[in-house]
Design a protein around this ligand. Structure first.
Ligand SMILES: *Cc1c(COP(=O)(O)O)cnc(C)c1O
Length: 402
């Protein structure tokens, strides 16, 4: 396949099914393609561009930082990393942070931490409870933790040491406690993203917390997609009022500069010792500066409240427009993490919306996924709804139900 600009076969490995546009620049929640067409960005590069595109404060901070220092390695003290750790621990009620470069790396660190926690307690073959439809990444350990056979197929043998149960089934979790003496942790997304915008219910997270306390397990929450303010709180699990032992972050944390992190509390905060985990790039000055500026803008511009308000606005408008419409199963989510589940495959809607000037995505085949930037305005939320509602109505008239 050739791109629009280059003749001949692509030398990029064909691991993605890409849409036929290339974006050239953006401003806020708007982006333009190389043909000059404008799109409303309701996806944020999959929950990454927290501050939208070309945010003046992020541009200024990164320009300043690039002129000073991009990378030093973790052989030296990194004051910006210390500052970011302080800030994230304060926001999450946690004690220590480890920085890496992506979501899977954060989760890989969490899995290693849980195993080490088990070994320190004399459990030689530790097991971690994970969930159906979970997504934790595509390294061997994280794809093994992922609850989607498509992600795993062809990469067997999988990494062992995971026990899988249904999400929001507290009795299944209790059953695991009765039958699996080697469990050391429960690893769960506060809201499953790739799994179809499926929230872990508050009472389920509270039951998991209680079981973890009773058995000395770690409660590890994957906030890679739902964290960094997206749901209207700094962390999505804060809606349930639970305190995890480990939090994994990435996607939106540095508004597009690659970063990942785990935050840990209590015994988990000191599980890793020197030499037990590490990364060359992780927590470099550029990424930490981008994250610090992202968090500062979220706070200064009250973007948590904005995410909550715009999310309510969009969900309310969609529920109203779709009420009684055959084919729409449910509108769900929290803040600016919204899923619209249809009763049939909805993948074609991505292209239909592209033609109508909106970027969004479909996951689990039938769930339209909206992840707008946290700077989304009320007018942009209206524009999104006004573009999406007729497109879904038209689509449902032509596509057959299954
Ligand atoms: C995207 C995602 C990951 C993987 O992050 P990468 O940066 O792509 O490795 C892990 N967990 C969740 C919940 C995600 O949404």
């Amino acid at each position: 396949m050739s791109s629009q600009e280059n003749a001949g076969p692509s030398h990029v490995m064909q691991t993605y099914a890409r849409l036929p546009i290339a974006l050239s620049h953006g401003e806020g929640a708007w982006v333009w393609d190389t043909q000059g067409r404008r799109y409303l960005d309701a996806l944020s590069g999959i929950a990454v561009n927290t501050l939208g595109h070309a945010h003046p404060r992020l541009v200024a901070a990164l320009t300043d930082q690039v002129g000073k220092l991009i990378h030093t390695s973790n052989l030296y003290q990194i004051p910006l990393q210390e500052q970011l750790a302080d800030r994230l621990c304060a926001l999450g009620g946690m004690d220590t942070a480890f920085f890496c470069n992506s979501g899977l790396e954060a989760n890989e660190a969490a899995i290693k931490l849980a195993r080490l926690h088990g070994h320190k307690r004399g459990i030689a073959r530790p097991e971690i409870v994970v969930f159906e439809r979970a997504f934790h990444g595509r390294s061997l350990a994280t794809l093994s933790a992922t609850g989607n056979p498509k992600v795993q197929k062809g990469f067997e043998p999988l990494v062992e040491g995971f026990v899988r149960v249904a999400l929001n089934d507290a009795s299944a979790l209790q059953q695991v406690a009765n039958t699996h003496p080697n469990v050391v942790a429960v690893f769960v997304e506060a809201i499953q993203g790739e799994g179809g915008i499926q929230p872990a219910h508050a009472d389920f997270l509270q039951a998991a917390r209680a079981l973890c306390d009773r058995h000395g397990w770690l409660l590890m929450i994957d906030e890679v997609q739902c964290g960094t303010g997206r749901t209207g709180k700094w962390f999505a699990h804060q809606w349930a009022g639970v305190k995890p032992d480990v939090i994994a972050m990435a996607k939106g944390l540095a508004s597009g500069v690659p970063i990942g992190a785990i935050l840990a509390r209590g015994a988990a905060a000191t599980t890793f010792g020197p030499g037990q985990h590490g990364t060359t790039f992780g927590g470099n000055p550029l990424a930490c500066r981008a994250a610090l500026e992202t968090l500062a803008v979220i706070e200064d511009d009250a973007l948590l409240a904005n995410a909550a308000a715009r999310g309510d606005q969009i969900q309310h408008a969609l529920r109203h427009a779709f009420s009684g419409l055959d084919g729409v199963v449910e509108v769900r989510g929290q803040g600016l993490m919204i899923g619209i589940e249809l009763d049939r495959p909805a993948g074609d809607l991505v292209r239909l919306m592209l033609e109508r000037g909106v970027l969004l995505n479909v996951t689990q085949e039938r769930v339209i996924r909206l992840l707008p930037p946290l700077i989304f305005t009320a007018d942009q939320a209206d524009a999104l709804v006004q573009a999406l509602v007729p497109a879904v109505q038209d689509f449902l008239q032509t596509a057959t139900a299954q």
